[in-house]
Design a protein around this ligand. Structure first.
Ligand code: GDP
Ligand code: MG
Length: 191
């Protein structure tokens, strides 16, 4: 797991700051089949940045956003059945991407539960959370409207975006958005 790489990255679990070395862990949450691994693979393989495997299901890349470099470790470890892995995921993220499929209402409901679980686990922390409605290309199978996704994000005080991992639509924007949300918190802390 990514958190075990290097001593400096395991020393802090305070989500509002980095891991002590300018690297931020981004944990993907969501039901099986919603597209977490597809999104992670896009992140791992996208151009214009050097990528490096940070562990079995973790991908480390440096993104240049608004002229500034930020290194993210995207962790696609939630799918594990092991309860300790899920506990670990809830603890170590500096940011969270909660994914559902727009073609699967049950996955949308799970996303809400995950948001609540996250709030319970990381109560005092102001962690960036992005709600993602994936598979936006499957227009005719849509079960969750854009408006519902947006409303849910407002209620849960997080960002919202619809993506298509297959068409690579909005996926870059998603990870750039994560970087911007992390910076917003960093900057407001310094102010
Ligand atoms: P995970 O279980 O959340 O990691 O989901 P996967 O990334 O393994 O994807 C599950 C299935 O959905 C795979 O067959 C993917 O090819 C498919 N899939 C993922 N993202 C999209 C998408 O944006 N559009 C469509 N049409 N299929 C997708
Ligand atoms: Mg997967």
């Amino acid at each position: 797991l990514a958190g075990q790489r290097g001593s400096s990255s395991s020393s802090s679990s305070d989500a509002s700051s980095d891991s002590g070395c300018g690297i931020f862990r981004v944990v993907l949450l969501g039901d099986g089949g919603v597209g977490k691994s597809s999104l992670a693979n896009f992140f791992a393989g996208a151009q214009d940045a050097q990528s490096e495997h940070g562990g079995e299901d973790s991908y480390e890349r440096t993104l240049t956003v608004d002229g500034e470099d930020t290194t993210l470790i995207v962790m696609d470890t939630w799918g594990s059945e092991e309860p300790w892995v899920q506990d670990y995921c809830m603890q170590v993220g500096n940011a969270y991407v909660i994914v559902y499929s727009i073609t699967d209402r049950a996955s949308f409901e799970s996303a809400s539960e995950l948001r609540i679980q996250l709030r319970r686990t990381r109560q005092a922390e102001n962690i960036p959370i992005i709600l993602v409605g994936n598979k936006s290309d499957l227009v005719r199978c849509r079960e969750v409207s854009v408006e519902e996704g947006r409303t849910c994000a407002v209620v849960f005080d997080c960002k919202f975006i619809e993506t298509s991992a297959t068409l690579q639509h909005n996926v870059r924007e998603l990870f750039e958005g994560v970087v911007r949300q992390i910076r917003l918190r960093r900057d407001s802390k310094e102010a």
